[in-house]
Design a binder for this molecule. Structure first.
Ligand code: LMR
Length: 401
Protein backbone atom coordinates (compact mmCIF):
# COMPACT_ATOMS: atom_id res chain seq x y z
CA UNK A 1 0.00 0.00 0.00
CA UNK A 2 1.26 3.46 -0.79
CA UNK A 3 -1.47 5.64 0.72
CA UNK A 4 -0.81 4.50 4.29
CA UNK A 5 0.93 6.76 6.82
CA UNK A 6 0.95 9.81 4.58
CA UNK A 7 1.00 13.12 6.43
CA UNK A 8 -1.56 15.63 5.08
CA UNK A 9 -0.12 18.41 2.92
CA UNK A 10 -0.21 21.92 4.41
CA UNK A 11 -3.20 24.05 3.39
CA UNK A 12 -2.68 26.37 0.41
CA UNK A 13 -1.50 29.80 1.60
CA UNK A 14 -4.34 31.57 -0.27
CA UNK A 15 -7.07 29.11 -1.28
CA UNK A 16 -6.71 27.30 2.07
CA UNK A 17 -7.85 30.50 3.78
CA UNK A 18 -11.14 30.38 1.87
CA UNK A 19 -11.73 26.86 3.20
CA UNK A 20 -11.08 28.03 6.76
CA UNK A 21 -13.31 31.08 6.19
CA UNK A 22 -16.19 28.89 4.99
CA UNK A 23 -15.90 26.72 8.08
CA UNK A 24 -16.00 29.78 10.40
CA UNK A 25 -19.54 30.38 11.73
CA UNK A 26 -19.00 33.90 13.13
CA UNK A 27 -21.50 36.31 11.59
CA UNK A 28 -19.06 39.20 11.17
CA UNK A 29 -16.32 37.16 9.49
CA UNK A 30 -14.59 38.79 6.49
CA UNK A 31 -12.56 37.06 3.80
CA UNK A 32 -9.77 39.35 2.62
CA UNK A 33 -7.62 36.43 1.50
CA UNK A 34 -8.09 35.22 -2.05
CA UNK A 35 -7.94 37.82 -4.83
CA UNK A 36 -11.53 37.77 -5.97
CA UNK A 37 -13.44 40.97 -6.70
CA UNK A 38 -16.58 41.77 -4.73
CA UNK A 39 -18.97 44.65 -5.29
CA UNK A 40 -20.37 46.95 -2.60
CA UNK A 41 -22.80 44.17 -1.62
CA UNK A 42 -20.05 41.60 -1.15
CA UNK A 43 -21.06 39.77 -4.32
CA UNK A 44 -18.67 38.54 -7.03
CA UNK A 45 -20.87 39.37 -9.99
CA UNK A 46 -21.04 37.89 -13.46
CA UNK A 47 -20.37 40.83 -15.78
CA UNK A 48 -23.26 41.99 -17.99
CA UNK A 49 -21.15 41.57 -21.12
CA UNK A 50 -20.36 38.00 -20.06
CA UNK A 51 -24.04 37.19 -19.50
CA UNK A 52 -24.90 38.53 -22.94
CA UNK A 53 -22.06 36.62 -24.61
CA UNK A 54 -23.16 33.42 -22.88
CA UNK A 55 -26.71 33.86 -24.18
CA UNK A 56 -25.39 34.22 -27.70
CA UNK A 57 -23.10 31.23 -27.28
CA UNK A 58 -25.86 28.97 -26.02
CA UNK A 59 -28.03 30.00 -28.97
CA UNK A 60 -25.35 29.51 -31.59
CA UNK A 61 -23.23 26.63 -30.29
CA UNK A 62 -23.28 23.60 -32.57
CA UNK A 63 -20.61 21.32 -31.11
CA UNK A 64 -18.70 20.34 -28.00
CA UNK A 65 -15.88 18.79 -30.00
CA UNK A 66 -12.24 19.30 -28.89
CA UNK A 67 -10.52 22.65 -29.10
CA UNK A 68 -7.22 22.96 -30.99
CA UNK A 69 -4.26 22.23 -28.67
CA UNK A 70 -3.43 25.92 -28.32
CA UNK A 71 -6.99 27.28 -28.61
CA UNK A 72 -8.77 29.06 -31.44
CA UNK A 73 -7.06 31.57 -33.75
CA UNK A 74 -9.70 34.19 -32.86
CA UNK A 75 -9.02 33.97 -29.12
CA UNK A 76 -5.27 34.03 -29.62
CA UNK A 77 -5.47 37.10 -31.85
CA UNK A 78 -7.63 38.91 -29.27
CA UNK A 79 -5.16 38.14 -26.50
CA UNK A 80 -2.24 39.38 -28.59
CA UNK A 81 -4.02 42.64 -29.32
CA UNK A 82 -4.75 43.21 -25.66
CA UNK A 83 -1.11 42.54 -24.83
CA UNK A 84 0.58 44.56 -27.55
CA UNK A 85 -2.13 46.80 -29.01
CA UNK A 86 -3.32 46.52 -32.57
CA UNK A 87 -0.78 46.41 -35.40
CA UNK A 88 2.28 46.24 -33.15
CA UNK A 89 5.49 45.48 -35.06
CA UNK A 90 6.14 42.19 -33.26
CA UNK A 91 2.69 40.97 -34.31
CA UNK A 92 3.17 42.06 -37.90
CA UNK A 93 6.56 40.32 -37.95
CA UNK A 94 4.87 37.16 -36.57
CA UNK A 95 7.33 36.99 -33.72
CA UNK A 96 4.54 36.24 -31.26
CA UNK A 97 2.63 32.99 -30.65
CA UNK A 98 -0.07 32.45 -28.04
CA UNK A 99 -1.70 29.40 -26.47
CA UNK A 100 -5.01 29.52 -24.63
CA UNK A 101 -4.39 27.93 -21.22
CA UNK A 102 -6.51 27.00 -18.19
CA UNK A 103 -6.14 30.33 -16.37
CA UNK A 104 -3.06 32.43 -15.85
CA UNK A 105 -1.69 29.71 -13.57
CA UNK A 106 -1.90 27.28 -16.49
CA UNK A 107 -0.03 29.81 -18.62
CA UNK A 108 2.70 30.14 -16.01
CA UNK A 109 3.10 26.40 -15.64
CA UNK A 110 3.15 25.63 -19.36
CA UNK A 111 5.63 28.46 -19.94
CA UNK A 112 7.76 27.18 -17.07
CA UNK A 113 7.76 23.65 -18.53
CA UNK A 114 8.92 25.00 -21.88
CA UNK A 115 11.74 27.05 -20.37
CA UNK A 116 12.82 24.07 -18.29
CA UNK A 117 13.12 21.99 -21.47
CA UNK A 118 15.11 24.68 -23.22
CA UNK A 119 17.21 25.84 -20.26
CA UNK A 120 17.37 22.99 -17.75
CA UNK A 121 20.12 24.64 -15.69
CA UNK A 122 18.48 28.07 -15.40
CA UNK A 123 17.48 29.72 -12.15
CA UNK A 124 14.16 31.54 -11.87
CA UNK A 125 14.29 34.90 -10.08
CA UNK A 126 11.12 36.10 -8.37
CA UNK A 127 10.43 39.33 -6.50
CA UNK A 128 10.58 39.34 -2.71
CA UNK A 129 7.75 39.02 -1.91
CA UNK A 130 5.82 37.45 -4.76
CA UNK A 131 2.50 35.63 -5.32
CA UNK A 132 2.44 32.70 -2.90
CA UNK A 133 1.86 30.24 -5.77
CA UNK A 134 4.82 31.34 -7.93
CA UNK A 135 7.45 29.25 -6.09
CA UNK A 136 5.19 26.19 -6.28
CA UNK A 137 4.53 26.56 -10.01
CA UNK A 138 8.17 27.03 -10.96
CA UNK A 139 9.58 24.43 -8.60
CA UNK A 140 6.99 21.93 -9.87
CA UNK A 141 8.52 22.49 -13.31
CA UNK A 142 11.90 21.63 -11.77
CA UNK A 143 13.43 25.07 -11.38
CA UNK A 144 15.56 26.38 -8.54
CA UNK A 145 14.24 29.76 -7.39
CA UNK A 146 16.03 32.83 -6.06
CA UNK A 147 14.61 36.18 -4.99
CA UNK A 148 15.42 39.71 -6.00
CA UNK A 149 14.66 42.61 -3.63
CA UNK A 150 11.46 44.43 -4.51
CA UNK A 151 9.67 45.95 -1.56
CA UNK A 152 11.03 48.23 1.12
CA UNK A 153 8.78 47.51 4.10
CA UNK A 154 10.06 50.53 6.04
CA UNK A 155 9.00 52.94 3.34
CA UNK A 156 6.07 50.87 1.99
CA UNK A 157 7.54 51.45 -1.45
CA UNK A 158 9.47 49.87 -4.27
CA UNK A 159 13.16 49.32 -3.62
CA UNK A 160 14.19 49.87 -7.22
CA UNK A 161 17.86 50.47 -6.52
CA UNK A 162 18.32 47.10 -4.83
CA UNK A 163 16.11 45.35 -7.37
CA UNK A 164 18.20 46.69 -10.19
CA UNK A 165 21.45 45.90 -8.44
CA UNK A 166 20.48 42.23 -8.11
CA UNK A 167 19.04 41.92 -11.62
CA UNK A 168 22.17 43.53 -13.07
CA UNK A 169 24.09 40.48 -11.88
CA UNK A 170 21.64 37.81 -13.12
CA UNK A 171 23.42 35.71 -15.76
CA UNK A 172 22.34 35.20 -19.38
CA UNK A 173 19.77 32.45 -19.79
CA UNK A 174 18.28 32.78 -16.30
CA UNK A 175 14.59 33.63 -16.06
CA UNK A 176 13.30 36.75 -14.29
CA UNK A 177 9.66 36.69 -13.26
CA UNK A 178 8.07 40.17 -13.31
CA UNK A 179 4.54 41.36 -12.53
CA UNK A 180 3.42 43.66 -15.36
CA UNK A 181 0.99 45.64 -13.17
CA UNK A 182 -0.81 45.43 -9.82
CA UNK A 183 2.06 43.60 -8.18
CA UNK A 184 0.80 40.69 -6.12
CA UNK A 185 1.04 40.91 -3.11
CA UNK A 186 2.32 44.47 -2.63
CA UNK A 187 0.24 46.60 -5.04
CA UNK A 188 3.44 48.55 -5.77
CA UNK A 189 4.38 48.85 -9.45
CA UNK A 190 7.31 50.12 -11.47
CA UNK A 191 7.05 53.43 -13.33
CA UNK A 192 7.48 53.58 -17.10
CA UNK A 193 11.03 54.90 -16.61
CA UNK A 194 11.89 52.07 -14.26
CA UNK A 195 10.58 49.54 -16.79
CA UNK A 196 12.80 51.16 -19.42
CA UNK A 197 15.79 50.75 -17.10
CA UNK A 198 14.87 47.14 -16.43
CA UNK A 199 14.51 46.49 -20.16
CA UNK A 200 18.05 47.78 -20.72
CA UNK A 201 19.26 45.54 -17.92
CA UNK A 202 17.55 42.47 -19.47
CA UNK A 203 18.96 43.24 -22.91
CA UNK A 204 22.46 43.80 -21.54
CA UNK A 205 22.51 40.74 -19.28
CA UNK A 206 20.61 38.35 -21.56
CA UNK A 207 18.15 37.07 -18.94
CA UNK A 208 14.69 36.12 -20.13
CA UNK A 209 11.74 38.14 -18.83
CA UNK A 210 8.77 36.00 -17.83
CA UNK A 211 5.92 38.47 -17.42
CA UNK A 212 2.95 37.62 -15.23
CA UNK A 213 0.04 39.79 -16.37
CA UNK A 214 -3.01 38.80 -14.34
CA UNK A 215 -4.58 42.21 -13.61
CA UNK A 216 -4.71 44.14 -16.89
CA UNK A 217 -7.16 47.01 -16.47
CA UNK A 218 -7.25 46.96 -12.67
CA UNK A 219 -4.29 49.31 -12.20
CA UNK A 220 -4.46 52.45 -14.36
CA UNK A 221 -6.41 51.24 -17.42
CA UNK A 222 -6.16 48.53 -20.07
CA UNK A 223 -3.58 50.44 -22.14
CA UNK A 224 -1.43 51.96 -19.43
CA UNK A 225 -1.24 48.68 -17.56
CA UNK A 226 0.70 47.09 -20.43
CA UNK A 227 3.44 49.74 -20.38
CA UNK A 228 6.00 47.40 -18.84
CA UNK A 229 5.29 44.68 -21.38
CA UNK A 230 5.73 47.12 -24.29
CA UNK A 231 8.92 48.55 -22.82
CA UNK A 232 10.34 45.04 -22.53
CA UNK A 233 9.19 43.98 -26.00
CA UNK A 234 10.96 47.01 -27.47
CA UNK A 235 14.39 45.96 -26.23
CA UNK A 236 14.63 42.21 -25.63
CA UNK A 237 14.65 39.56 -28.37
CA UNK A 238 12.65 36.96 -26.44
CA UNK A 239 10.14 36.85 -23.62
CA UNK A 240 7.26 34.87 -22.18
CA UNK A 241 3.95 36.33 -20.95
CA UNK A 242 1.28 34.61 -18.86
CA UNK A 243 -2.03 36.49 -19.02
CA UNK A 244 -5.35 35.96 -17.26
CA UNK A 245 -9.01 36.87 -17.73
CA UNK A 246 -9.94 35.74 -14.22
CA UNK A 247 -10.03 39.25 -12.76
CA UNK A 248 -10.70 41.61 -15.65
CA UNK A 249 -13.53 39.43 -17.00
CA UNK A 250 -14.55 37.92 -13.65
CA UNK A 251 -14.06 34.48 -15.23
CA UNK A 252 -12.29 32.94 -12.25
CA UNK A 253 -13.85 29.50 -12.39
CA UNK A 254 -13.83 29.28 -16.18
CA UNK A 255 -10.01 29.10 -16.08
CA UNK A 256 -9.35 31.43 -19.00
CA UNK A 257 -5.81 32.55 -19.61
CA UNK A 258 -2.90 32.25 -21.99
CA UNK A 259 0.80 31.97 -22.46
CA UNK A 260 2.49 34.03 -25.16
CA UNK A 261 5.98 33.56 -26.55
CA UNK A 262 7.86 36.35 -28.28
CA UNK A 263 10.84 35.13 -30.30
CA UNK A 264 13.50 36.93 -32.31
CA UNK A 265 11.83 36.12 -35.63
CA UNK A 266 8.88 34.25 -37.12
CA UNK A 267 10.81 31.03 -37.79
CA UNK A 268 12.02 30.78 -34.21
CA UNK A 269 8.53 31.63 -32.89
CA UNK A 270 6.95 28.85 -34.91
CA UNK A 271 9.54 26.27 -33.94
CA UNK A 272 9.47 26.98 -30.22
CA UNK A 273 5.69 27.13 -30.23
CA UNK A 274 5.53 23.59 -31.61
CA UNK A 275 7.34 22.44 -28.46
CA UNK A 276 4.90 24.36 -26.30
CA UNK A 277 2.03 22.54 -28.02
CA UNK A 278 3.70 19.18 -27.24
CA UNK A 279 3.85 20.17 -23.58
CA UNK A 280 0.18 21.13 -23.55
CA UNK A 281 -0.83 17.89 -25.26
CA UNK A 282 0.65 15.73 -22.51
CA UNK A 283 -0.53 17.96 -19.64
CA UNK A 284 -4.20 18.59 -20.45
CA UNK A 285 -4.47 18.04 -24.23
CA UNK A 286 -6.39 21.22 -25.09
CA UNK A 287 -7.97 24.07 -23.18
CA UNK A 288 -11.50 24.36 -21.74
CA UNK A 289 -13.61 26.22 -24.31
CA UNK A 290 -16.28 28.21 -22.52
CA UNK A 291 -14.31 31.10 -20.99
CA UNK A 292 -12.31 31.65 -24.14
CA UNK A 293 -15.45 31.75 -26.25
CA UNK A 294 -16.94 34.36 -23.94
CA UNK A 295 -13.83 36.55 -24.21
CA UNK A 296 -13.70 36.09 -27.96
CA UNK A 297 -17.38 37.03 -28.32
CA UNK A 298 -17.12 40.13 -26.16
CA UNK A 299 -13.91 41.47 -27.64
CA UNK A 300 -15.06 40.97 -31.24
CA UNK A 301 -18.32 42.89 -30.77
CA UNK A 302 -18.00 46.68 -30.54
CA UNK A 303 -20.94 47.14 -28.15
CA UNK A 304 -20.05 44.27 -25.86
CA UNK A 305 -16.46 45.42 -25.81
CA UNK A 306 -17.42 48.96 -24.88
CA UNK A 307 -19.61 47.52 -22.10
CA UNK A 308 -16.72 45.38 -20.88
CA UNK A 309 -14.35 48.34 -20.75
CA UNK A 310 -16.88 50.23 -18.63
CA UNK A 311 -17.29 47.29 -16.29
CA UNK A 312 -13.53 46.97 -15.85
CA UNK A 313 -13.33 50.70 -15.14
CA UNK A 314 -16.08 50.34 -12.52
CA UNK A 315 -14.14 47.56 -10.78
CA UNK A 316 -10.98 49.65 -10.77
CA UNK A 317 -12.81 52.73 -9.49
CA UNK A 318 -14.51 50.87 -6.67
CA UNK A 319 -11.22 49.38 -5.50
CA UNK A 320 -9.63 52.83 -5.52
CA UNK A 321 -12.56 54.27 -3.57
CA UNK A 322 -12.28 51.48 -0.99
CA UNK A 323 -8.57 52.23 -0.58
CA UNK A 324 -9.34 55.84 0.25
CA UNK A 325 -12.17 54.85 2.62
CA UNK A 326 -9.97 52.34 4.42
CA UNK A 327 -7.19 54.87 4.93
CA UNK A 328 -9.72 57.39 6.33
CA UNK A 329 -11.33 54.80 8.62
CA UNK A 330 -7.95 53.77 10.00
CA UNK A 331 -6.80 57.35 10.43
CA UNK A 332 -9.91 58.06 12.48
CA UNK A 333 -9.09 55.18 14.84
CA UNK A 334 -5.36 55.01 15.29
CA UNK A 335 -2.28 57.17 15.04
CA UNK A 336 -0.02 54.20 15.66
CA UNK A 337 0.71 53.95 11.98
CA UNK A 338 0.24 56.05 8.85
CA UNK A 339 -1.66 53.91 6.36
CA UNK A 340 -1.89 56.52 3.61
CA UNK A 341 0.34 54.37 1.35
CA UNK A 342 -2.63 52.02 0.88
CA UNK A 343 -4.33 54.62 -1.32
CA UNK A 344 -1.30 54.75 -3.63
CA UNK A 345 -1.10 51.01 -4.29
CA UNK A 346 -2.59 49.49 -7.44
CA UNK A 347 -4.82 46.50 -8.12
CA UNK A 348 -6.70 44.24 -5.77
CA UNK A 349 -4.10 43.95 -3.07
CA UNK A 350 -2.62 46.01 -0.36
CA UNK A 351 0.44 45.02 1.53
CA UNK A 352 -0.87 46.30 4.84
CA UNK A 353 2.31 46.07 6.90
CA UNK A 354 0.47 43.90 9.46
CA UNK A 355 2.76 41.37 11.10
CA UNK A 356 2.02 37.65 11.03
CA UNK A 357 1.08 37.91 14.71
CA UNK A 358 -1.44 40.65 13.93
CA UNK A 359 -2.79 38.63 10.99
CA UNK A 360 -3.28 35.70 13.36
CA UNK A 361 -5.00 37.93 15.93
CA UNK A 362 -7.42 39.18 13.28
CA UNK A 363 -8.27 35.66 12.23
CA UNK A 364 -8.60 34.15 15.69
CA UNK A 365 -10.24 37.00 17.57
CA UNK A 366 -12.14 38.81 14.81
CA UNK A 367 -12.84 36.27 12.07
CA UNK A 368 -10.94 38.37 9.51
CA UNK A 369 -8.93 36.32 7.05
CA UNK A 370 -5.77 37.89 5.59
CA UNK A 371 -2.90 36.15 3.79
CA UNK A 372 0.22 35.56 5.91
CA UNK A 373 2.61 38.41 5.23
CA UNK A 374 -0.20 40.95 5.59
CA UNK A 375 -1.71 41.00 2.07
CA UNK A 376 -5.28 42.34 2.11
CA UNK A 377 -7.71 41.85 -0.75
CA UNK A 378 -9.04 45.40 -0.82
CA UNK A 379 -11.89 44.30 -3.11
CA UNK A 380 -13.33 42.26 -0.23
CA UNK A 381 -14.01 45.41 1.81
CA UNK A 382 -17.60 46.71 1.60
CA UNK A 383 -19.54 49.56 3.25
CA UNK A 384 -21.06 46.90 5.52
CA UNK A 385 -17.75 45.56 6.88
CA UNK A 386 -15.43 48.59 6.70
CA UNK A 387 -16.10 49.90 10.21
CA UNK A 388 -15.74 46.48 11.83
CA UNK A 389 -12.53 45.89 9.88
CA UNK A 390 -11.01 49.26 10.83
CA UNK A 391 -11.86 48.68 14.51
CA UNK A 392 -10.28 45.24 14.33
CA UNK A 393 -7.08 46.48 12.67
CA UNK A 394 -6.78 49.26 15.24
CA UNK A 395 -7.14 46.62 17.98
CA UNK A 396 -4.56 44.40 16.27
CA UNK A 397 -2.03 47.23 16.32
CA UNK A 398 -2.25 47.39 20.11
CA UNK A 399 -1.50 43.66 20.36
CA UNK A 400 2.00 43.95 18.94
CA UNK A 401 4.04 45.97 16.53
C1 LMR B 1 -4.65 35.49 -5.46
O1 LMR B 1 -3.46 35.82 -5.45
O2 LMR B 1 -5.36 35.53 -4.45
C2 LMR B 1 -5.29 35.07 -6.75
O3 LMR B 1 -4.37 35.13 -7.77
C3 LMR B 1 -5.96 33.75 -6.64
C4 LMR B 1 -5.01 32.61 -6.50
O4 LMR B 1 -5.12 31.67 -7.30
O5 LMR B 1 -4.17 32.61 -5.60
Amino acid sequence: MIFEHIEPAPADAILGLTEAFRADDRAQKINLGVGVYQDDNGVTPVMDCVKEAEKRLVASETTKSYMPISGTPAYKAQVQQLLFGEAHGVLEDQRVRTAHTPGGTGGLRVGAELLKQLRPGATVWASSPTWANHPGVFSAAGFALKNYPYYDADRNALDFARMQETLSAVPAGDVVLLHVCCHNPTGVDLTADQWAELGKCAARQGWIPFLDFAYQGLGMDLEQDRTGLLQMAAVVPEMVVAHSFSKNFGLYRERTGSVTLMAENATAAQAVFSHLEKIIRVLYSNPPAHGGQIVQTVLADADLRAGWEKEVAAIRDRIQRVRVDLVAALKARTDKRNFSFIAQQKGMFSFSGLSDEQVQFLREKKGIYIVKGGRINVAGITPANLEYLADAIAAALTVSE
